[in-house]
Design a protein around this ligand. Structure first.
Ligand code: BGC
Length: 393
């Protein structure tokens, strides 16, 4: 239960200098995969589903934002992102192939932990829409799933929470192997589906207040490396049709690493915030993680001077990039997996919290109630050491 993800193989963060975090090949899953999946893989690494970029002509229904110099962010966006303060990811719920596959559901027992008067009012809600939508270019979102996510968003908003809703783990978009239970789509519609998902999400939530924010895509990497600036610009334009001033959060490639910020091109839009994810020192935070290949050895401590320097350099880079562009920066994920020694996790979390706050960076810990989690859903209580390290005095 603690790690509801033991059967899953998930995308990663990286690359640490000598360690490109890669998904394991889901060989078992592939053995049972449809021929369509195998043909979708042609030319890619075994098990991957890398589709060629969609030609611009096919994307013409989704034009990019008008070209223009980056604009910096509105003062209200700076204030809103800053006010997120200390937040939490509702991870391993809707980002699993199906809700419940990784051991957690969006039950009220979790929702009621956050909101006004609780330990946090800032929630990131990762959602794997791609696995709940038709496989054609229209990517029609399954109504029961849509309603389920919507109910969760609305309950969180009603509790006074700020909610960052995203698209998470659209495996083919990154060219990653699919998870068990996922259906491959025609490579020609991969990017179109992503934009069609945003058409529906942006329309469905257009009348919510500013406490609902959108994040265009979690941790772009792999196939998206050369495509991301173009695709995010098209997605932002879709969102802006009905959400002209809603805060939209955008991160760089390399799994949202600050290292890739220099390559990120933001459209001229004053209601955008930057985001980065931060899992350095990776050999510490991901020791024993089943979804990292090769599996990293256990027993790594934290945080000596070189480890601290590695972590701080990336935070400094993120903060400096935000200052240069005049956009706020949210650290949307960081954390250490439960296989790391508990005392070291506590030291790492407190170190990270202090370091981010010293740099004026609001943050959202990965995650609430699963393998990295601060809350034990079986015992129905916080894990006190982890909770205090992040949210204690
Ligand atoms: C991924 C999760 C993963 C976590 C830590 C997140 O971005 O979505 O699947 O557990 O990073 O590796």
């Amino acid at each position: 239960m603690q790690n509801g993800r033991h059967l899953s193989l998930s995308a990663g963060h990286g690359p640490a200098p000598d360690l490109q975090r890669r998904r394991l090949l889901a060989l078992a899953g592939l053995a049972g995969a449809a021929p369509a999946l195998l043909s979708a893989c042609a030319g890619a690494s075994p098990g991957a589903t890398a589709a060629p970029p969609t030609p611009a002509s096919a994307l013409q229904a989704y034009p990019p934002m008008a070209p223009g110099a980056e604009s910096g962010a509105d003062a209200a966006v700076h204030r809103q992102i800053q006010a997120l303060g200390r937040g939490i990811n509702f991870g391993n719920i809707f980002d699993a192939p199906r809700e419940g596959d990784w051991g957690l559901r969006a039950d009220d027992s979790l929702i009621d932990l956050v909101g006004e008067g609780r330990f946090t009012r800032s929630v990131r809600l990762p959602v794997r829409w791609s696995n709940h939508a038709s496989t054609d270019a229209a990517a029609r979102i399954d109504e029961a799933f849509f309603a389920r996510v919507e109910r969760t968003v609305d309950r969180l908003l009603a509790r006074g929470a700020s909610v960052l809703l995203n698209i998470h783990h659209y495996r083919q978009l990154d060219g990653d192997p699919l998870d068990p239970g996922e259906t491959p789509v025609d490579p020609a519609v991969v990017d179109l589906r992503f934009l069609a998902l945003w058409v529906q999400i942006a329309e469905r939530f257009a009348n919510r207040g500013p406490a609902l924010m959108f994040e265009i895509y979690n941790e772009p990497h792999g196939r998206l490396e050369p495509l991301w600036n173009d695709l995010l610009s098209r997605a932002l334009r879709v969102i802006r049709r009905q959400n002209p001033t809603r805060v939209v959060v955008i991160g760089p490639t390399e799994w949202n690493s600050a290292r890739a910020l220099p390559r990120l091109v933001l459209p001229a839009d004053r209601f955008v915030s930057l985001t980065v994810h931060h899992y350095e020192p990776f050999r510490f935070t991901h020791q024993g993680a089943e979804w990292v290949s090769p599996r990293l050895p256990l027993g790594v401590d934290c945080c000596d001077a070189p480890q601290r320097a590695e972590a701080l350099a990336l935070l400094d880079q993120a903060a400096a990039d935000g200052r240069r562009r005049n956009h706020p920066v949210l650290v949307g994920e960081f954390g250490a997996y439960s296989k790391a020694p508990l005392e070291a996790r506590v030291r790492y979390l407190r170190f990270m919290r202090d370091a981010m706050e010293a740099r004026g960076l609001p943050w959202m810990a990965w995650e609430l109630a699963s393998g990295f989690g601060i809350y034990d859903p079986v015992a129905g209580r916080m894990r006190p050491e982890l909770f205090d390290a992040l949210f204690g005095a």
